[in-house]
Design a binder for this molecule. Structure first.
Ligand code: NAD
Length: 492
């Protein structure tokens, strides 16, 4: 980091524009002012949406060969790879995710997603219905859905934007991106890679900065927006669903999670401990699939708890810009206060903090809690901090009951050497992304998304691609007569 303040701008019809009220983000490394960004009011949002609408209707973006859109995405992948170290330092400073994790898992992973969507663009297919009578040619034709509002949270400010943008652009849509107000610089650093991008008409991609109110609200309720893709909390997802109802917009919602991890006595013990101590505390727990509820068969419980505690206490915590740091700070004081409000309820709810529970600046120590009821506040709600609840159970049924007892259904993991048990348990888990004997495995090619109140729709893979496609069925009739009249005349 050079120490310069990042001056963020809106991107509208190919021009970077500022003006009006501003907000700021601060370094999680040293507290200094990191970025200033303008707040888009309803008028600025309208200009951005109109620019995206014009680019959709008037440019040739949606009508080109997919190979041409793929070239644009491949160039973005190259640019992101080239800028990966600088962008990762910015994300680490602004968001608090340690530099090495940001570089390898988020930013290089995002460059790969641009390349994935370049390929996916060329693999979009429609259908011909084989069941139709011979005189009818029944085809289902893919079309881009139109103008997309892409709403990004702060915890993966680059990768989550790329998942949405990659699919939207591959499909031939145009977009308005709204970064999180916590990480305006991180997402804008990605968006600056669109400058002078060969083959991209102005207005295909736009950016507006600002908080949920007024910026996000104005965007998701705008009548010229055809689709909203949102990643963020379940509470905000609900509001967006209401706002989008006015014009029945298409919706993808990637919301909160409270991942259960079911550890059976026959598990690969060390692997489970390594994975779940990282799974619980990586990113300071600021991940929608963090291992926040560990459910352990009773014969293993005491030993597992003791060793999990030892591992949690040994994790290298510190400055997010230090390459040795594995666990960094939380994103902001606001988030720290949120986590504190959860920690404050543990004792009253009958829980015991076995390790952690302390806060220093933006750093919350990895925290393990026992003795809570599965429906208590900390055990059932998303904390989005490094806080894990651990439960002993006496049977597979009890483990599954606890796992499925919350309103979320995003990530889950199952730890057993018994394949039959793994099949039985994964089948009964109410979650969209289930890992067996691992945690945090992600691929550009596999769809990701939630069940229950963790969301709607999928990102990544061809399922993620289809979220940006509207299918149109077209029936061609080769008969000389109109079939209904022929039928009517035959009845007479
Ligand atoms: P958030 O819901 O507070 O904000 C997310 C985004 O929505 C921000 O850009 C915000 O400005 C915007 N927003 C807020 N109110 C809005 C409104 N009324 N209309 C339109 N936009 C609005 O979430 P956050 O705190 O930034 O992120 C953390 C949350 O994201 C956690 O709940 C986490 O689980 C979730 N998340 C989910 C996934 C997933 O894939 N399921 C991935 C990462 C994060």
């Amino acid at each position: 980091m050079s120490g310069e303040v990042f001056e963020a701008r809106h991107l509208i019809a190919g021009e970077w524009v500022g003006g009006g009220d501003t907000f700021a983000s601060y370094s999680t490394s040293d507290g200094s002012l990191l970025a200033r960004a303008p707040i888009a009011d309803a008028d600025v949002v309208d200009r951005a949406v109109q620019a995206a609408r014009r680019a959709f209707e008037e440019s040739d973006w949606k009508d080109r060969r997919a190979a041409e859109r793929a070239n644009v995405l491949l160039e973005l992948g190259r640019r992101l790879d080239d800028a990966a170290e600088d962008i990762s330092r910015l994300v680490a400073a602004e968001m608090g995710k340690p530099y090495r994790l940001t570089l390898e898992r988020e930013v290089r992973g995002a460059a790969d997603k641009f390349r994935y969507f370049a390929g996916a663009a060329r693999a979009i297919e429609g259908e011909v219905t084989g069941a139709s009578p011979a005189h009818i040619l029944d085809v289902t034709v893919p079309h881009p859905v139109g103008v997309c509002a892409l709403i990004i949270p702060w915890n993966d400010p680059v990768d989550l934007a790329v998942r949405k943008l990659g699919a939207a652009l591959a499909a031939g849509c145009t977009a308005v991106v709204k970064p999180s107000e916590e990480t305006p610089a991180s997402t804008e650093a990605l968006m600056r890679l669109f400058d002078d991008l060969p083959g991209l008409p102005p207005g295909v991609v736009n950016v507006v900065h600002g908080p949920g109110d007024p910026t996000g609200q104005a965007l998701v309720s705008h009548p010229e927006v055809d689709k909203v893709s949102f990643t963020g909390s379940t509470a905000t997802g609900r509001k967006i669903m209401e706002a989008a109802a006015g014009t029945l917009k298409r919706l993808s919602l990637e919301c909160g999670g409270k991942a259960p991890c079911l550890v059976f006595s026959d598990c690969y013990f060390d692997k489970a401990l390594d994975a779940l101590s990282w799974g619980a505390f990586l990113y300071g727990g600021q991940s929608c699939t963090a291992a926040t509820r560990i459910i352990v068969e009773r014969p293993l419980y005491e030993r597992f708890l003791e060793e999990l505690k030892a591992r949690a206490e040994a994790l290298p915590t510190g400055d997010p810009l230090d390459e040795r740091t594995l666990i960094g700070p939380l994103v902001s004081e606001r988030q720290v206060e949120r986590v504190r409000s959860f920690l404050d309820t543990i004792e009253a709810d009958g829980g015991t903090i076995v390790t952690g529970g302390t806060i220093e600046g933006l750093h919350v120590a990895p925290t393990i809690v026992t003795g809570l009821q599965p429906d208590s506040r900390v055990a059932s709600q998303e904390v989005f901090g490094p806080v894990v609840c651990i439960f002993p159970v006496d049977s597979e049924d009890e483990a599954i009951e606890i796992a499925n007892s919350v309103r979320y259904g995003l990530g889950a993991s199952v730890w057993t050497a018994d394949v039959s048990r793994a099949l039985r348990v994964t089948r009964r888990l109410e979650a969209g992304d289930v890992w067996v004997n691992t945690h945090y495995v992600r691929q550009s090619e596999t769809p990701f998304g939630g069940w229950k109140e963790s969301g709607l729709g999928r990102e990544l893979g061809m399922a993620g691609m289809r979220e940006y496609i509207a299918y149109k069925r077209v029936a061609f009739d080769t008969l000389p007569d109109f079939h209904l009249k022929t039928w009517w005349d035959q009845q007479a």
